[in-house]
Ligand binder design. Structure first.
Ligand code: 5GP
Length: 180
C-alpha cells in the first residue's frame, strides 16, 4: 500500500502500522487475556486519553467476564525520590483483592507505568499487570515486567489510534511515525 502522510502542527508523519495489523495484534492479546483471566473477573483500568481506542478494540475481543474503568494521570508533576510521579485520578473502584490489568497506549521510558504500578500496588490488589498497545524496548529505564504487549517499536515518535502530537492525531485509524 502507498504510504500516506499527514501534517500535524509543524510535523509530518507517514503511515507506519495499519489498522488491520493493529487489530490482528490486539486479537492475539485478547486471546491471551481470555486464557490468563478465565474465572478471575479482571478489572481493566484504561489510562486516558491515549488508550481509548486500544481499550475499546481490546474489550470487544475479550470474552471472559470482566469490568472496565477509566483513570487519568495528573498533568502536574510531583517530584519524589524515584523521579517524576503523576498522581492517579478517577479511580473510584476498590481494587483490593481484584485482578487488575492496566491498559496503556505506549510504554517509552517506563516512568509513567512504574509510578502508576506503585500507586496501584499500595491499594493491595490480588494482582496487577500491564497491557500496552506499543512498547519501545530500547527506551525502557525501569525493571518493568510489561506482560502484555501488542507490538514493539523502535525509538520513533508515533501518533494515531489514540496517540497524539500536542492534541492532534488521536482520531487517525492507523499509526503514523514522524518523518520530519
Ligand atoms: P514513559 O513514561 O513510558 O516514558 O512515557 C509514556 C507516555 O509518554 C505515554 O503514555 C505517552 O503519553 C507519551 N509517549 C511516549 N512515546 C510516545 C510516542 O511515540 N508518541 C506519543 N504520541 N506519545 C508518546
Amino acid at each position: 500500500m502507498e504510504p500516506r502522510t499527514v501534517t500535524l502542527h509543524d510535523c509530518q508523519f507517514s503511515t507506519y502500522i495499519c489498522e488491520e495489523e493493529i487489530i490482528a495484534h490486539i486479537s492475539l492479546l485478547a486471546r491471551q487475556l481470555d486464557k490468563d483471566y478465565a474465572n478471575k473477573n479482571p478489572l481493566f483500568l484504561a489510562v486516558l486519553n491515549g488508550s481509548f481506542m486500544f481499550a475499546a478494540d481490546l474489550m470487544k475481543r475479550v470474552s471472559t467476564p470482566c469490568e472496565i474503568s477509566f483513570i487519568r494521570l495528573s498533568s502536574y508533576k510531583d517530584m519524589q525520590s524515584t523521579g517524576t510521579v503523576k498522581e492517579v485520578l478517577g479511580l473510584t473502584e476498590d481494587i483490593g483483592g481484584r485482578h487488575v490489568v492496566v491498559l496503556e497506549d505506549i510504554v517509552d521510558t517506563g516512568h509513567t507505568v512504574h509510578g502508576l504500578l506503585q500507586q496501584l500496588q499500595a491499594r493491595q490488589p490480588a494482582s496487577v499487570e500491564v497491557a500496552t498497545l506499543l512498547l519501545k524496548p530500547e527506551c525502557l529505564q525501569h525493571q518493568l515486567e510489561v506482560k502484555y504487549v501488542a507490538r514493539t517499536i523502535p525509538n520513533d515518535f508515533v501518533v494515531g489510534y489514540g496517540l497524539d502530537y500536542n492534541g492532534l492525531g488521536r482520531n487517525l485509524r492507523d499509526i503514523y511515525k514522524i518523518v520530519s
